[in-house]
Design a protein around this ligand. Structure first.
Ligand code: SF4
Ligand code: SF4
Length: 459
């Protein structure tokens, strides 16, 4: 029986120009930075308290931030060195002021240096169906469920698809809630970004073992790995590895048409299972947990390699000569990353953390890569002028949550934030589809984000 289920015929969502320019670029290791700035809130939930002070020596992987709140995620030093400052920085996502630990290294890194949680692969090549290390599954089977959860918590793992929800909370549903389906999200539906695609090609083994660990914790009946059909090479690689690991009776790959926002959690659950997650509800309310492919790999690194989350894969792409995928330490500064890339110096550029649909602009070269950043998009500025709404309703037609995006722009401009609530602004998944199709170039996502953050501060 085939382990690949091919779903076809979707008309929902929008077909975007994919621009996956870095899809064929193997993951490279960015040299270890000499200075990092590590925010103490890189996750959904409470900010961590610093556990170090200026002048302290820290080692790579040391716990430097923690919180006693239920929803939070631990923070670790991504390089060894000395704490050169406890800073206050502005989080560009919500304009909140947060604390950050600055660490200055004693030694400069080298180009291509093995990252802390990178795997020691044979000949530096990815594991494939012909080279599978023995006993990993047996090893996982011997670790009690509570110990697996504790390791995930201690390692500061959050959802790496962008949502950054603490993984140990997501994987420990309240008593009485049964998770029957685990969905692993490898859709990567946003244009330009290829970090998950490369991970599935180069770290498929680690990802699958991470999924196996998650399945030990949740004991779901169904395990579905969702991949868009524009990544056929990843589908084949994962299919072969599932066979080699002997997981073919429990793991299924679902190939989905490439349409945006296929990878949004609620959209994905509906498209795979026809289950609706209503406003204010969570996937676990319909018996589902969704994890990103990168989260699964991070869980493997934590459990098998005893390594906390101190680095991640990002795509650096856009209007540049050589788009790349990079292993980057958490806290690496934007300026240091741009230094390693050939950036055109005769053009006005916009720098976006994330993709073109959901990302946010950054102008400070000292802004760090955090756990939720999967891409740095470098775009030439051709700023369209915002015009008046022509009531064409295109934004309404494309909204996957059946909202009326046009009203948010109008209410936010007129400071009528409470009225946004009456039009269910909290149900917006910030996919950016409305802004993409708007013929009047109204920055609907900006208005929505402003409206949501003002309402969040009020409540
Ligand atoms: S209103 Fe929100 S969910 Fe709807 S299209 Fe716009 S960004 Fe996406
Ligand atoms: S797509 Fe733009 S112009 Fe058309 S109704 Fe929506 S906000 Fe107005």
């Amino acid at each position: 029986m085939s382990i690949v289920i091919r779903k076809k015929g979707f008309t929902a969502g929008i077909k975007l120009n994919e621009n996956k320019k870095s899809a064929a670029s193997p993951i490279q290791l960015l040299k270890t930075p000499e200075r990092v700035i590590i925010p103490l809130q890189q996750h959904t939930g409470a900010e961590c308290e610093p556990l170090v002070k200026r002048g302290d020596s820290v080692f790579e992987g040391q716990l430097i931030g923690d919180s006693n709140k239920l929803i939070s995620a631990r923070i670790h030093a991504s390089i060894g060195g000395v704490v050169s400052g406890i800073l206050k920085i502005v989080n560009p996502v919500n304009s909140a002021i947060i604390s950050a630990v600055e660490i200055t290294s004693q030694k400069a890194g080298k180009e291509g240096e093995q990252p802390y949680s990178g795997l020691q692969k044979q000949d530096g090549k990815p594991y494939n169906a012909g080279i599978i290390p023995e006993n990993v599954v047996d090893l996982i089977d011997k670790i009690p469920r509570e110990k697996l959860l504790e390791t995930i918590k201690n390692s500061g793992i959050v959802g790496l698809g962008g949502a950054t929800f603490p993984a140990h909370v997501k994987l420990n549903p309240p008593a009485g809630i049964k998770i029957d389906t685990l969905i692993i999200n490898g859709c990567e539906c946003e244009p330009y970004i290829t970090s998950d695609h490369r991970l599935m090609l180069e770290y498929g083994f680690e990802m699958l073992c991470g999924i196996y660990i998650i399945s030990r914790i949740l004991e779901p009946q169904n395990i579905l790995i969702a991949i868009e059909d524009n990544k056929e090479d990843a589908i084949i690689n994962i299919e072969n590895l599932i066979g080699a690991l002997g997981f073919e009776n429990t793991f299924k790959i679902v190939s989905l048409p490439s349409r945006y926002p296929m990878g949004a959690e609620k959209t994905l659950i509906y498209n795979l299972l026809k289950r609706k997650v209503s406003t204010g509800a969570l996937p676990l309310d319909v018996g589902v947990v969704v994890n990103n492919v990168g989260t699964a790999k991070a869980i493997f690194d934590a459990v098998i390699k005893n390594r906390p989350l101190i680095e991640r894969i990002i795509t650096v792409t856009g209007d540049i000569e050589r788009p790349v995928n990079l292993f980057v330490r958490i806290g690496t500064l934007l300026g240091d990353i741009l230094e390693s890339i050939k950036v055109p110096d005769n053009k006005t550029l916009k720098l976006i953390f994330g993709g073109p649909m959901t990302g946010f602009s950054v102008s400070n070269m000292d802004f760090p890569v955090t756990k939720g950043v999967n891409c740095i998009l470098i775009k030439e500025v051709k700023k369209p002028l915002e015009n008046n709404c022509i009531r064409c309703s295109r934004c309404v037609a494309v909204c996957p949550m059946n909202l009326m995006p046009l009203v948010y722009a109008s209410y936010v401009k007129n400071n009528k934030y409470e009225d946004c609530r009456e039009y269910y602004i909290d149900s917006c998944i910030e996919c950016g589809s409305c802004a993409y199709v708007c013929p009047a170039s109204i920055p609907l996502m900006g208005y929505i984000k402003t409206g949501k953050s003002v309402l969040a501060r009020k409540s």
